[in-house]
Design a protein around this ligand. Structure first.
Ligand code: HPA
Ligand code: ZN
Length: 327
């Protein structure tokens, strides 16, 4: 979809993207060669051709394959820097991004290799583009809570440079309350903000449970909240932000096509809605493509898009003064 000049120039924050989901097929093949990792595709084109998903799990299988090419600190730096440089072109002025440390620790990579190099890329992007970055660590919800708790212990040395706790992985079979202690630890012990993927695959009851059992500050995706009118009223009243990812939702068949997406109805019901790319290399576009897609399919006006971009700054976890200079 062509990007309008208004969208291209609109300052925005991105609050829902997974760094490993920004690895382009060309980068995956290049790092596979450099690091001697076997990727069972003959070329970047062949890998890209496999990006045709039927549901969340079919995407996750490829996502977990792709991230195995990340081996060295330089790989984590390059991945982060490439995303931030690309986001700066989309006039992203602040990015809060997810990393899944468990997916790397399990392969024998040290926590410092992952975290220090991502933070170094944030520092360099701030110098290069004036954009700010925040790191959210994601629990992989298919693993048990003990595994999440030990990851949090391993992150203690970086507690002041990490802004939040989130999740990734399959929702079905892994309800929000599974991570009650991990979320309490993040909030009370580490002093972080919290968010969770809920209501992408799971129903409105997953969103209710995330609010009641975990007391999260944001909901990632959350689009299935529409099935519960009481929940919709609660979300409008409390103003809890939803990080919606329109292109992701079409690629993973949460909605059959963009005309059928409920983002306009959620916005008009008074919910605090933001627009994000989720896994831009896998889902057909960076954040501006997501703004363009809803503009074209759902007739969002420039004034409405401006409101969504404003929501992205007011919903950010970044501290007061840094946030207010964007408003
Ligand atoms: N949902 C769940 N897990 C994920 C996603 C997502 O959209 N992206 C990367 N891991
Ligand atoms: Zn996501």
């Amino acid at each position: 979809a062509p990007i309008s000049p208004f969208i291209a120039a609109l300052p925005k924050a991105e609050l829902h993207m997974h760094l490993e989901g920004s690895l382009e097929p060309e980068t995956i093949m290049r790092l596979a060669g450099r690091n001697n990792v076997r990727i069972p595709y003959a070329s970047a084109e062949a890998l890209r051709a496999a990006y045709s998903f039927t549901d969340l799990q079919s995407f996750l299988d490829l996502f977990y394959l792709g991230l195995t090419v990340l081996q060295t600190g330089e790989d984590f730096y390059e991945m982060t820097r490439a995303y931030l440089d690309r986001a700066a072109q989309d006039r992203v002025r602040h990015a809060e991004v997810f990393i899944s440390p468990q997916g790397h620790l399990r392969r024998g990579i040290a926590m410092g290799t992952v975290i220090d190099n991502i933070l170094r890329a944030f520092d360099d992007a701030k110098c290069a583009h004036g954009m700010t970055g925040g790191l959210i660590v994601g629990i992989q919800r298919q693993f048990d809570e003990e595994d999440a708790l030990s990851m949090l212990d391993g992150l203690r040395p970086w507690r002041d440079r990490i802004i939040g706790l989130g999740t990734g992985g399959p929702e079905m079979g892994n309800r929000p309350a599974k991570f009650r202690r991990a979320y309490a630890k993040a909030r009370h012990d580490l002093g972080w903000r919290t968010t969770i993927h809920a209501g992408e695959e799971g129903g409105a009851d997953f969103v209710c449970e995330a609010l009641d059992a975990l007391q999260v500050d944001r909901i990632d995706h959350g689009v299935r909240c529409e099935a519960d009118p009481d929940l919709m009223r609660r979300m409008a009243e409390t103003g809890i932000p939803l990080t919606v990812c329109p292109c992701s939702n079409i690629m993973l068949r949460v909605f059959p096509d963009m005309q059928a997406h409920n983002i306009r109805r959620l916005h008009e019901a008074g919910l605090c809605i933001t627009v994000n790319s989720d896994d831009p290399s896998y889902f057909g576009g960076y954040v501006n493509e997501n703004y363009a897609a809803i503009q074209q399919a759902l007739n969002f006006s420039d004034a409405e898009l401006w409101q969504l971009a404003r929501n992205s700054f007011t919903s950010a976890f970044m501290a007061g003064a840094d946030r207010d200079r964007h408003l």
